[in-house]
Design a binder for this molecule. Structure first.
Ligand SMILES: *Cc1c(COP(=O)(O)O)cnc(C)c1O
Length: 422
């Protein structure tokens, strides 16, 4: 059969785009070639509804080994005692947890989307806010830090069944122990969604949520640098202390309830080719190279934050503990939307982002989110971050000067030649 030139030409174009630009979207990364090789493999041909050893189809003996390997490696990474590697994405992982733990109409408490939370933490636009009754906590207006007082007061007043910690645009570490105390007081389940900082947590560079949270979910494609996908894990608390029942009315272990909620609860056949990619990525995460990588991510994020502050930029909370930062551009007289679009012209890719207490719509926003995992994978060290911040500053202060934008773009394309990708 002839190769589909139309599609592969487009894929080549996308490769060139990734190669020549500075990638600062905090949720993106560049996987290794062997992760992609596993994803583009024969495992995509296999139906394997169910779990290893308990499938609904024949011929699963090999994919059983692949999936078990992924599970074992993942448990080792986080010192977890149970894991499910089948969720197709982070949102699917969260959907399964909510389905396992809640009945329609039950109350949940999460970080407000406009303060850095995620759609699946109760947004009214999402199943999590339509099927369940959402309540929110935010961040403190002055410090930009999670308002644990507000979290506690809302929890005591509304008594949600599930409390969610974790965020998509929050640059500081979390006090999981403090939230667990609140959860225990009202008999709620505590779930940590570590989709963003999972890679740093995996290597012990941030607080460990596993000792304090009943359930931990994550994506695999952000700081974990694996294939696009989701995971669910637990370290303790298997015994279902809340007495949650399965669809047949039996009280089961939390792990059994979560497995049932992924399949058949929210998904059909697992993506075994992606699970093979997850197994490869988990193997990479277990190496010392990955520790060096995550340390560099943290160092690069701090160098970037400092360079921005030195140029008068307002970083929410004043800095970062993890891989990202949120910048309020209101003192720079440019909206998030215009910043994103202008930076795109200079081959700097990032996203506009609402800042806490934003007065602009989510389509415009007052801020941008900057993350360093992808450029760190390309080999950027702390001394390269000044170049990045200076380029961003030049673009934002010359947003209507096409000539300057073109110059910056050329200098970036040139700079990136020294950081080969694939
Ligand atoms: C990215 C993210 C998700 C969702 O991941 P998808 O794979 O895009 O569905 C869930 N929760 C948080 C906090 C995230 O940042």
């Amino acid at each position: 059969m002839q190769q589909d030139q139309q599609v592969f030409d487009l894929l080549d174009k996308e490769l060139q785009r990734q190669r020549k630009g500075i990638e600062l979207i905090a949720s993106e990364n560049f996987t290794s070639l062997q992760v992609m090789k596993a994803m583009g493999s024969v495992a995509t041909n296999k139906y394997a509804e169910g779990y290893p050893g308990k499938r609904y189809y024949g011929g699963c003996e090999v994919v059983d080994e692949i999936e078990n390997l992924a599970i074992d490696r993942l448990k080792q990474i986080f010192n977890a005692s149970w894991a499910n590697v089948q969720p197709h994405s982070g949102a699917q992982a969260n959907a399964a947890v909510l389905l396992a733990c809640l009945k329609p109409g039950d109350k949940i408490l999460g970080l407000d989307l406009s303060m850095g939370g995620h759609l699946t933490h109760g947004s009214l636009a999402n199943f999590s806010g339509k099927l369940y009754q959402p309540f929110f906590y935010g961040v403190d207006r002055e410090t930009g830090l999670v308002d644990y007082e507000q979290l506690e007061q809302t929890a005591l007043k509304e008594r949600p069944k599930l409390i969610i910690v974790g965020a998509s645009a929050y640059s500081r570490d979390w006090d999981y122990a403090r939230v667990r105390k609140v959860a225990d007081e009202i008999g709620a389940i505590l779930m940590a969604d570590i989709a963003h900082p999972a890679g740093l947590i995996a290597k012990g560079l941030l607080n460990d949520p596993f000792d304090h949270c009943h359930i931990v979910t994550s994506t695999t494609h952000k700081t974990l640098r694996g294939p696009r996908g989701g995971i669910i894990m637990m370290r303790n608390d298997f015994d279902n202390p809340m007495g949650i029942k399965d669809p047949k009315g039996n009280i089961r272990s939390m792990s059994a309830l979560l497995d049932l909620a992924v399949f058949p609860g929210t998904q059909g056949g697992p993506l075994e080719h992606v699970i093979a990619g997850k197994a490869v990525a988990f193997g990479e995460i277990l190496t010392d190279d990955f520790l060096q990588y995550q340390k560099q991510v943290q160092i690069n994020a701090q160098a970037t934050a400092k360079a921005f502050v030195d140029l008068g930029y307002n970083i929410i909370s004043g800095g970062t503990d993890n891989h990202l930062m949120l910048i309020d551009l209101r003192n720079k007289n440019i909206t998030g939307k215009k910043a994103q679009e202008t930076l795109d012209k200079a081959d700097i890719t990032l996203n506009k982002n609402a800042v806490p207490f934003d007065d602009k719509s989510p389509f415009v926003t007052s801020g941008i989110r900057v993350g360093v995992p992808a450029i760190t994978t390309r080999g950027f060290k702390e001394e390269n971050m000044k170049f990045v911040v200076d380029a961003i500053d030049k673009v934002l202060t010359n947003a209507d000067n096409e000539q300057v934008l073109n110059e910056v773009k050329k200098s970036i394309n040139n700079y990136m030649i020294d950081f080969p990708l694939y």
